[in-house]
Design a protein around this ligand. Structure first.
Ligand SMILES: CC(C)=CCC/C(C)=C/CC/C(C)=C/CC/C(C)=C/COP(=O)(O)OP(=O)(O)O
Ligand SMILES: O=P(O)(O)OC[C@@H](O)CO
Ligand SMILES: [Mg+2]
Length: 242
């Protein structure tokens, strides 16, 4: 039995690799996980990251059999698989855990309660480790897929107070994780100064993602206080990290 949340809390530095089943076909999983494993060794060595998980999700999920995809992934990669859902349709018991996302940076009721209510109906008898997560969309320099799909505006990186207050409210609401999301392929990742000020107000772990594509960016985000960093686009593009 995995305990993803507990391990994040007990570790200094953790990392999630994000794959979107719309973009990585089952036939390509072996090659992709080969790439991920090499990156994992590099990041373990260079940055002393202790714990790795695979996030699976996308802002949309069209023409994908998620049950089948995750089953296939499980055969190949031996790290916990956590669903990072763009909607209540992205659920399967084949994963180990689920980020139960609350999009608290926006005020769209669909992403504050409707998606969650519809998911709950399916999760009544679930064996997944369900982790309530306050999800904040932060301006990363261009319109992100999450912004488009959720029809909510990101918080400006020039207004640190709004970000800090929203994150703190997320903790008070009972979320077990806070996720600062600059958006897939962000031009400007979340600024380390913002990470630091948010982290100072939190007792729960802080996840940061969006636009991370160099060891230097990873290092400064960890030093600022991120407990988990998420890498997606850089894996899809198989960039060279050295
Ligand atoms: C509780 C459940 C089951 C669902 C909650 C649904 C909510 C509130 C979602 C938050 C808003 C949202 C649309 C999040 C998407 C998160 C995600 C999987 C992002 C990764 O996708 P991207 O990489 O940004 O976009 P692409 O799919 O275009 O690559
Ligand atoms: O794709 P990238 O830019 O790495 O972002 C990762 C993740 O935070 C997006 O949801
Ligand atoms: Mg993406």
């Amino acid at each position: 039995m995995h305990n993803v949340l507990r391990t994040i809390k007990e570790s200094q530095r953790t990392m999630a690799f994000l794959l979107d089943p719309e973009k990585t076909r089952i036939e390509d999983l072996i090659e992709t996980f080969d790439h991920i494993n090499n990156l994992r060794i590099l990041i373990q060595t260079e940055l002393s990251v202790e714990y790795f998980v695979l996030f699976v999700g996308g802002s949309t999920m069209i023409n994908v059999d998620l049950d089948k995809w995750i089953l296939a992934a499980k055969e190949i990669i031996k790290i916990p698989i956590v669903i990072f859902p763009g909607s209540h349709h992205q659920l399967t018991e084949n994963a180990d855990g689920l980020l139960f996302l609350n999009l608290i940076s926006g005020d769209n009721p669909d992403y504050l309660i409707r998606q969650q209510r519809q998911a709950a109906a399916q999760l009544l008898r679930s064996q997944l480790e369900i982790v309530p997560t306050g999800y904040l969309l932060i301006d990363g320099g261009h319109e992100s897929a999450v912004q488009r799909v959720s029809q909510t505006l990101p918080l400006s990186q020039h207004d640190a107070d709004s970000i800090i207050h929203t994150a703190f409210a997320g903790q008070l609401m009972g979320n077990q994780l806070i996720y600062l999301e600059a958006g897939s392929g962000a031009i400007t990742p979340v600024n380390p100064e913002i990470i630091k000020s948010v982290k100072n107000q939190l007792e729960i772990p802080l996840i940061v993602g969006g636009g991370l594509r160099s060891l230097q960016q990873l290092k400064s985000s960890y030093l600022a206080g991120a407990d988990m960093l998420v890498i997606g686009t850089a894996i899809e593009q198989k960039i060279n990290w050295n």
